[in-house]
Design a protein around this ligand. Structure first.
Ligand SMILES: Nc1ncnc2c1ncn2[C@@H]1O[C@H](COP(=O)(O)OP(=O)(O)OP(=O)(O)O)[C@@H](O)[C@H]1O
Length: 282
């Protein structure tokens, strides 16, 4: 039996009012439970594409279906917010309530949940996102950036969207915070079954966490494949002005020794060297 996609994009085109064609002839199918990275140079159309997926922008032409909902149809907005959520790069673009509880409760109230359901959703979303109940009365702007990001995530999780788009999850974070947020997204993906789409410039993050990568260039989709396939496609990465992670570049330098050019993680490289040296057979 073939699996039903959760996001289906067909011949999508998006033009801004000034005529800039930011997304051009993009077709894409995403399946439940995937962890995908949208990658490409600044201005290649990643954010625009994700805003169209999320229904913030309507396609100029083509179609976008999310969890069976045609995003171009009027009156789907309420259902769409429970199908797909968008977490902004800067949490401060998302937070506007006077306390953490109201922030996380805002969206469930907006879709008409009863107050007891709102409380339930807030406590569950806060627990998953690591926002302690002691913070519920605090003003979001007095929290650290890491905590504000968690509140922003909780305010999306309270809608229980099947697909979550996270714009630049690690930008402006130090190494420890980046790992923390990525591990958290991985947990949402693996333990809670959310389909995750990240937009990122950090190829090491893609190598470590994503399973599939979509390369964009000047509004077009240049390549869609497993992270290994994408990192192995040096010419396409060059065209998109992307550099593979240093580990992949190292593996490519060792291609003459039988090392695969798409290596994305230290574990894969270690296994290939062991095989190459005859310690492993399969
Ligand atoms: N409001 C707007 N009006 C007109 N053009 C816009 C607008 N927003 C973005 N663009 C243009 O659309 C194109 C795609 O921009 P977009 O922000 O989607 O790219 P991106 O890949 O997300 O870039 P970044 O990595 O810098 O966030 C760019 O040429 C950009 O200048």
């Amino acid at each position: 039996m073939t699996q039903q996609s959760i996001v289906m994009v067909e011949n999508l085109e998006y033009c801004y009012p000034d005529g800039t064609r930011a997304v051009n002839q993009v077709s894409l199918e995403i399946f439940p439970g995937e962890f995908i990275a949208l990658i490409g140079q600044n201005g290649c159309g990643k954010t625009t594409l994700s805003k169209v997926l999320n229904g913030i922008f309507k396609p100029t032409s083509g179609t976008v279906t999310v969890d069976g909902l045609d995003t171009t149809r009027p009156k789907v907005k309420k259902q769409l917010v429970t199908a797909i959520g968008y977490i902004f790069q800067n949490p401060d673009h998302q937070l506007f309530n006077n306390n953490v509880f109201d922030e996380i409760a805002y969206a469930p109230r907006n879709i008409g949940c009863t107050e007891s359901e709102v409380r339930e959703r807030v406590s569950e979303a806060a627990r998953i996102a690591g926002v302690r109940p002691e913070l519920f009365g605090e003003h979001p702007f007095f929290l650290t950036k890491g905590l504000r990001q968690r509140v922003a995530i909780a305010s999306i999780l309270s809608l229980k969207p099947k697909v979550i788009i996270v714009d630049e999850p690690t930008t402006g974070q130090d190494y420890r915070q980046s790992i923390e947020i990525m591990e958290f997204l991985q947990e949402l993906n693996r333990q809670h079954g959310h389909t995750i789409i990240i937009i990122t410039h950090e190829m090491d993050i893609v190598a470590q966490y994503a399973k599939r990568a979509v390369v964009m260039h000047q509004g077009h989709m240049l390549l869609d494949g497993t992270v290994r396939e994408v990192f192995g496609a040096r010419e396409i990465l060059d065209q998109a002005s992307l550099k593979p992670p240093s580990l992949t570049a190292l593996a490519q330098a060792w291609q003459a020794y039988g090392i695969d050019r798409g290596i994305a993680t230290p574990e894969e490289l270690y296994r290939q060297w062991r095989r190459r040296c005859g310690y492993e057979t399969a």
